[in-house]
Design a protein around this ligand. Structure first.
Ligand code: GDG
Length: 459
């Protein structure tokens, strides 16, 4: 049987597991059947980038990691990946901080990854590359003569050509992606944008299967929405009911409704707009004064990128404004924390919440929306307020779908959620839960890999 080789920017080493269980790490853990190899950056920065990968066997899996020099890390990761590609692919062209030197560093690190991976490869390995940091790696492997099946999955959105071309060298990236045999997206909209970009950059048009051929190489595409282990997460949430943190939260609420937001502190997540909408709820629907608290967990992220520091200052100020304007001596409307919270604790908090606010300005999928639904008590479930610009909205149509830029509309959706009759809450939750249980982390991996392995390649 062919061995699976997963490549992602960051490898979570077994010793770090649990510390930072984000969506990507959990989904990839599902893909890693015994014998698989996981290759990527170690998270370590040194004087020079590694001249060979460090290979460790653990728990039936092989982990192969490389260190990056400080300069490679800055140009590849901070500079181009997070300063150019991240804002661009979230439609935020105004935030683009493009520097040619960063772009060159990006190509260098994608080449370095390919150079360090090639000696570890076997002829029948199936290679699965993940996400926006590694757009040119499939092509880098091909240039080194690698003939294996290569799949690529993009976890974040893909933009239409008019937005894409704001980035200098965008066409180079699109052509490099076409070196993969299978390119996967979270939504139909993202795939359509990619195929239009292929047409615009390469003058190549897709067939009826959304595949295209360029210089004799055929590239297939797939829509494979990522999900979570819904039943496992539901168990975690139920168990959390007995935890000390859950009890403390219940006591502190003294019967008030809880609204919850859980996000990385990132400008794509629409946090300032969410705070404004919460302020609007208290202003326009004063019957909720003293009756609701919003708990916003905003785990600090990418603190070495300037825009993330200014966002944090903006949120500090807005939180102060709302609490200054509406607090009472025994009630704080907004509880805002930038610490990382334990995953089990978060599961218990979701279950207590009457509303989840998942209102990103753009998001590839958004796993918080799925976690919240999985965590609910189905006899008295909370209501999901979901941005139409999250990939999750393509499937999760029974949520209250909002435009996150419209503070009044989000405030009205919160109000509707607070007064929603139990029967309607149950019906919406049941429909959403069925969907969350259907597309899980495991089914995502299975569907993508089945399609990749079915592709005929000329060896
Ligand atoms: C990218 C795409 C796509 C958050 N705060 C804490 C914490 N989290 C966990 C959540 C959730 C995960 O992190 C976040 O996943 P999201 O999907 O919401 O967002 P991104 O991090 O931006 O992920 C996204 C995803 O990749 C997968 O393809 O859905 O669109 O942007 O699991 O619960 N976890 C803990 N403490 C926190 O404070 N433990």
């Amino acid at each position: 049987m062919s061995r699976l080789v997963v490549v992602s920017n960051r490898v979570s080493m077994p010793t770090e597991r649990g510390a930072k269980a984000g969506g990507l790490a959990v989904a990839l853990a599902e893909a890693m059947t015994p014998g698989s190899l996981w290759f990527g950056w170690s998270g370590k920065r040194g004087a020079t980038s590694s001249d060979q990968a460090t290979v460790i066997d653990h728990g039936g899996l092989t982990y192969a990691t490389v260190d990056l020099s400080e300069s490679d890390y800055r140009r590849f990761y901070v500079g181009f990946s997070n300063g150019s590609l991240w804002p661009l692919l979230h439609y935020r062209t105004g935030l683009l901080d493009f520097k040619r030197d960063d772009y060159e560093g990006y190509l260098t690190v994608n080449d370095l990854f390919a150079d360090r991976l090639v000696p570890l490869l076997r002829p029948d390995d199936t290679i699965w590359i993940h996400d926006y940091q590694l757009l040119t790696m499939a092509d880098a492997l091909r240039r080194r003569g690698v003939k294996n099946r290569i799949g690529f999955f993009l976890h974040i959105p893909f933009v239409p050509p008019a937005v894409l071309h704001v980035l200098p060298s965008a066409a180079v990236l699109v052509r490099a992606l076409a070196a993969a045999d299978l390119v996967g997206f979270q939504t139909h909209g993202d795939r359509m944008n990619f195929l239009e970009s292929v047409a615009s950059c390469m003058d190549v048009h897709p067939d009826d299967n959304h595949s295209f051929t360029h210089n004799g190489h055929r590239t297939e595409t797939i829509v494979a929405p990522i999900g979570i282990d819904a039943d496992g997460f539901a168990r975690t949430a139920r168990r959390a009911a007995g935890m000390a943190e859950t009890k403390r939260l219940i006591e502190s609420l003294v019967g008030r409704a809880l609204a919850i937001g859980v996000d990385r502190l990132d400008y794509t997540k629409g946090l300032p707009q969410r705070f404004d909408a919460f302020g609007q709820l208290l202003h326009r629907h004063p019957e909720h004064l003293r009756r609701i608290s919003l708990l916003q967990i905003a785990a600090r992220s990418r603190e070495d990128v300037d825009r993330y520091q200014s966002l944090r200052r903006e949120l500090d100020r807005k939180a102060g404004d709302i609490n200054g304007a509406y607090s009472d001596f025994d009630w704080t409307p907004l509880r805002y924390m930038t610490r990382t919270v334990n995953r089990n604790t978060i599961a218990g908090f979701y279950r207590l919440a009457r509303i989840a606010l998942v209102t990103p300005l753009r998001d590839g999928m958004n796993l918080v929306a799925k976690e919240f639904i999985a965590a609910q008590d189905s006899s008295d479930p909370g209501v999901l307020v979901l941005s139409r610009f999250a990939g999750a909205a393509e499937e999760m149509t029974e949520a209250l779908i909002v435009n996150p830029y419209d503070a009044d509309a989000v405030a009205d959706a919160m109000h509707a959620a607070l007064i929603m009759p139990l029967e309607e809450r149950k019906a919406r939750h049941a429909a959403l839960l069925a969907k969350v249980r259907r597309t899980t982390a495991a089914s995502f991996c299975r569907d993508f890999l089945a399609r990749l392995k079915a592709i005929e390649i000329d060896a």
